[in-house]
Unconditional design. Structure first.
Length: 99
């Protein structure tokens, strides 16, 4: 993937993909690195929300008998919540450093 393609994806994410997210510039990081890092954290948060939703879906349609895989939905939900908490705390820390 070329640098131009990465910058095009970032520009697309700024305008349409993630509305209302404008990362704060982190002191000491160059503009492309800071922008990609901040949008990466936002995408990690969205992926966590998707994983949590998929876990809820799997729980709703899973086999409730004794020999069904009962722990798999909770693995999806736990991983989703963990990624939401991780990215949310990193976003909060980085935004407080940048201000």
């Amino acid at each position: 993937m070329t640098m131009q393609a990465v910058m095009d994806m970032i520009t697309f994410a700024e305008g349409e993909l993630i509305p209302g997210t404008k990362p704060t510039q982190i002191p000491g990081l160059s503009t492309p690195v800071g922008t990609m890092f901040n949008y990466g954290l936002w995408l990690l948060m969205l992926a966590g929300a998707g994983g949590t939703g998929f876990g809820v879906y799997k729980l709703a349609v899973s086999d409730k008998s004794r020999n069904g895989g009962g722990s798999e939905p909770f693995k999806w939900m736990g991983a989703g919540v963990a990624s939401i908490l991780l990215s949310g705390s990193l976003i909060t820390i980085l935004n407080s450093i940048a201000k």
